[in-house]
Design a protein around this ligand. Structure first.
Ligand code: MG
Ligand code: MG
Length: 273
């Protein structure tokens, strides 16, 4: 069952999606080497509840946390815990918020401290592939047009592995609705999309091979070759000419920039002494 949302409903979904963005912005400010992934989850859950939301993931299919936190070679569905972040890690943070009977869903991969250039490029390119997919999320196009745009930029043009086992999805009253939105496919394939549909588009892109497997905890998905993986996701409204992201990375990117400036100021102050 595919839903066409009214503009009023889309505005309600936007509120949930922007609460996810606000939560991920708090994560950006909170992140530093030496903290545990569990401390991030606790901070985020308190932030969501203080702002009148409910974490969509907590209890979903038995998942016990508010965020999925996936470090380095973990692709998605990483469980927050006692893992201590270190300089050079990347972490993909996936968050859902339920408010006013609708979900928002968005994910962002953060660099912790100084990250290798090839890994930073993976983050940039995965984010770019998300926007290329969103550009195809317009009325009259097909799901395969979104899928192709993501795969073409990541696998064909940049040689990355595109995860096949996990896909994007419709999002609304339920966290996961039809249709599925794969990150690989052919132009013109799949179901037609219509203005008013709301899709979570979410490329999961590996630096190495595309193959992944799930750990014995039955949640944590990791790359087969142990190389890092990135994940960016926007809740996206299908519109007449292109998709419109309802979540926003702008406040997250501003927080990342402020962190970088603070760190370089600290570095220069240390050098001056
Ligand atoms: Mg998500
Ligand atoms: Mg999702």
């Amino acid at each position: 069952m595919v839903y066409i949302r009214s503009n009023e409903e889309i505005e309600i979904i936007r509120k949930s999606a922007l609460m996810v963005s606000a939560t991920l912005t708090e994560v950006a400010k909170f992140l530093k080497p030496g903290i545990t992934t569990l401390s991030i989850d606790k901070m985020a859950e308190a932030f969501i509840r203080d702002n009148g939301g409910v974490p969509s993931f907590k209890g979903y299919g038995g998942f016990p946390y508010s965020l999925c936190i996936s470090v380095n070679e973990v692709v998605v569905h990483g469980m927050p815990g006692s893992h201590v972040l270190k300089d050079g890690d990347i972490i993909s943070v996936d968050c859902g918020v339920f408010m006013n009977n609708y979900h928002g869903d968005s994910a962002y991969t953060f660099a912790v401290g100084e990250v290798k250039p090839e890994v930073l490029k993976l983050l940039r390119d995965t984010k770019e592939s998300l926007y290329r997919g969103i550009a195809q999320a317009h009325d009259g196009n097909r799901i395969g047009d979104i899928s192709f745009a993501v795969e073409d930029f990541t696998a064909r043009q940049n040689g990355y592995g595109v995860v096949r086992e996990l896909v994007g999805h419709g999002v609304g009253r339920k966290l996961h609705e039809d249709p599925q939105v794969p990150n690989f496919g052919r132009k013109g394939d799949g179901k037609k999309i219509r203005a008013g549909q709301v899709l979570a588009i979410e490329p999961m892109i590996n630096l190495g091979v595309k193959e992944v497997y799930t750990l014995s905890d039955k949640w944590t998905v990791v790359t087969k070759d142990g190389k890092p993986s990135a994940h960016f996701e926007h809740t996206t409204a299908v519109r007449k000419d292109k998709g419109e992201p309802l979540s926003s990375f702008a406040p997250i990117e501003a927080a990342e920039k402020a962190n970088a400036e603070l760190n370089s100021a600290h570095y220069e102050a240390a050098m001056a002494h």
